[in-house]
Design a protein around this ligand. Structure first.
Ligand SMILES: [Zn+2]
Length: 306
């Protein structure tokens, strides 16, 4: 598998990087990247008015984990993007590196090739994910443009998620680290195995492309946006994280069945089991990302509508 699964070059404009499968078991994103490129190529051939400003790059995050269909091999690739650590990784010999360290090194080298052309004044990153529970949402950074863009995606916007965790792509992709103005956001497209997750991600990518000025208009029936809008119709527009449960012991972890993103939960409600025993909900709110898999440390988040 190639690191860059597809790319599409247009005229002057931003570098728009969409990453998929930073977690290797989240492969719907790769299918979405391929579909996006197919639509762009079709549009180019069939629509004389179609113009693309900038360059679109579809990138696979954790290739080794994808090949093994696991979330990660040794370390969670989406918790390793801390500036000092990345700096060390880039100084070392890539051929001596293994697993996620090597994946991260390769991703940066692949992106540098684009950045160093000097063609782009701005980089946008949209990081695609799926979850072990149902539900869609967008995660933005503290950056104003990130939250503006996230608001255009037609999915609930989650604020404050990055405060409780560290080392995600969203923490890293900024001007200090990349040497180019950069804005990042992440999209959670639904359950890993749901075929509609692919469609929702395609829609999110096109919405983002339109918001950052890569495309003016495109035959909208291809972009699946109505799927996103229908799905989000009854969900809150914007929420803030008020609590995160950190899993004590992965093997003992067991989320009670039936929870979906944005389900209301009550203080004192029995939500999960950990090595220390039952885990009760600490506060009234809505549940986000209940963890129904053994890999990962974020058991669940509680959010409140804004
Ligand atoms: Zn993920």
């Amino acid at each position: 598998m190639d690191r860059i699964v597809c790319s599409f070059e247009g005229g002057k404009g931003p570098l728009f990087v969409v990453s998929a499968a930073m977690h290797g078991n989240e492969q719907a994103g790769i299918a979405a990247l391929r579909e996006v490129c197919e639509i762009l190529n079709k549009e180019k051939l069939s629509n004389p008015d179609f113009a693309f400003s900038g360059t679109f790059v579809g990138l696979v995050g954790n290739k080794q984990a994808v090949e093994n269909n696991v979330r990660y091999m040794e370390n969670d690739l989406n918790r390793m993007w801390e500036s000092d650590f990345v700096y060390q990784v880039l100084k070392e010999d890539i051929f001596l590196q293994k697993n996620e360290v090597r994946e991260m090194h390769e991703i940066i080298l692949a992106l540098r090739e684009y950045v160093l052309t000097g063609k782009f004044r701005k980089l946008y990153l949209l990081d695609l994910h799926t979850t072990s529970s149902d539900g869609i949402f967008v995660i933005c950074t503290e950056d104003e443009e990130s939250s503006h863009l996230a608001g255009q995606l037609h999915a609930p916007l989650v604020r404050g998620l990055l405060k409780g965790i560290s080392g995600t792509t969203l923490h890293y992709f900024n001007k200090n680290n990349l040497g180019i103005e950069a804005t990042a956001l992440a999209f959670e497209g639904g359950h890993h195995e749901d075929p509609l997750s692919v469609k929702r991600m395609v829609a999110a990518v096109f919405n983002c492309m339109a918001s950052i000025g890569c495309i003016n208009h495109i035959d909208t029936k291809n972009t699946n946006d109505s799927i996103l809008m229908d799905y989000s119709a009854d969900l809150p527009k914007s929420v803030e994280v008020i609590y995160k449960y950190h899993v004590q012991d992965k093997l003992s972890w067991e989320m009670m069945p039936g929870f979906t993103n944005f389900d209301p939960v009550k203080k004192g409600q029995y939500l999960a089991r950990d090595i220390t025993g039952p885990v009760y909900c600490p506060v009234d709110g809505l549940i986000l990302m209940p963890l129904y898999q053994k890999k990962g440390r974020d058991g669940f988040f509680i959010v409140k509508p804004l």
